[in-house]
Design a protein around this ligand. Structure first.
Ligand SMILES: [Zn+2]
Length: 341
């Protein structure tokens, strides 16, 4: 077997990213824009992004923080049941998708949708179908933590059946049952994170507690992880990379009531390259981190060549800016691949 020493990723895209705001945005923004050509930005600020004014202003803050002309933030708005057709038509060119959070399932989702009844959602989803605006969904119920995604699958199914012309993206899928559903309907797509491909629940709670690996949906069993790996490693055309990198201030993770979210932006490409290399699947990496998303969302990213080299990368113990401090996944571990400076 040939020993690969370097690998080029063309125009990497992160199709699920939390950049937060203010100083945290200034800290984490460049850690994505340095190495990615574009990203789909989640709208769950406090308050969430629901108007054109808020969206435009947030995009401007992102562009200022990232300061890289070869980085495109693809904006989203926070799903509301009362968005009118006229509003969606007006904002269509400013957004790549609308993100739906069921009420209270993750960070800043307290203003999310309280009923997942298809008839309640119908007016907005029909407008989106007509206008060709995709729907991104955080698909979890409020059931037992290991079963939340599985319990949400009938809702995905009814959305897929009721809105056949709507592109529905099952965000951060974490279980093998979700993969079966993904295969069943043409209008379902999915993103997969680094952490769901690298970790199981044992890495959070099997030995010493690791709050920096705690996220929603929670990482699951070894067979779930293996099924997700296979989907990504084979660059299944309905699947794309979305890190769900979700920074939280260190002291809100390492505490009583620690926040859910894993910060992976500065390590994602190195970890993915390591994983795809280990399985001898590097030839599929560009499809998983860029080409599939280009087709699914019909976007053309800036050309950006990122060269990965097989040299050790010591993951920093944290990243800081002013009073913000964020601990990345695999802090102080050594990765087999690094990004050429
Ligand atoms: Zn997310």
């Amino acid at each position: 077997m040939k020993d690969t020493k370097s690998f080029i990723i063309n125009s990497p895209l992160d199709m699920h990213l939390h950049l937060r705001d203010v100083d945290m945005l200034k800290l984490v923004g460049p850690l994505t824009s340095n190495t990615f050509s574009g990203a789909l930005i989640m709208p769950n600020l406090l308050p969430p992004i629901t108007t054109k004014e808020a969206l435009t202003a947030y995009k401007k803050r992102i562009q200022e923080a990232c300061d890289d002309e070869k980085f495109k933030p693809h904006m989203t708005i926070f799903f509301q049941v009362d968005y009118s057709y006229e509003f969606l038509k007006e904002i269509k060119d400013e957004i790549i998708a609308v993100k739906l959070y069921p009420f209270g399932v993750t960070t800043n989702s307290e203003t999310g949708v309280s009923s997942m009844d298809v008839e309640v959602l119908r007016p907005t989803l029909e407008s989106m179908s007509k206008l060709g605006i995709p729907l991104c969904v955080h698909g979890e119920t409020k059931g037992f933590v290991m079963d939340r995604e599985k319990e949400f699958l009938p809702i995905y199914e009814s959305l897929a059946i009721n809105f056949p012309n709507l592109k529905i993206i099952m965000e951060h899928i974490s279980s093998k049952e979700s993969i079966e559903l993904l295969e069943k309907y043409d209008n379902l797509y999915a993103t997969i994170t680094v952490h769901h491909m690298m970790l199981t629940l044992d890495d959070i709670a099997g030995g010493m507690l690791n709050p920096h690996a705690f996220c929603k949906p929670i990482v699951k069993r070894p067979d779930d992880r293996q099924a997700l790996r296979e989907l990504a490693l084979n660059a299944h055309p309905k699947v794309m990379f979305g890190s769900d990198s979700a920074p939280h201030q260190k002291n809100t993770k390492e505490c009583h009531h620690g926040a859910a979210g894993v910060f992976t932006s500065p390590i994602a490409l190195q970890v993915l390259t390591q994983l795809f290399d280990e399985y001898g699947k590097l030839e599929n990496l560009n499809a998983f981190v860029s080409l599939n998303a280009q087709k699914i969302y019909d976007i053309k990213p800036y050309e950006k060549e990122i060269k990965l080299i097989k040299e050790y990368f010591e993951v920093p113990k944290s990243y800081t800016y002013k009073n913000e401090e964020v601990v990345p996944l695999f802090a102080e571990d050594t990765l087999a691949w690094s990004i050429e400076k």
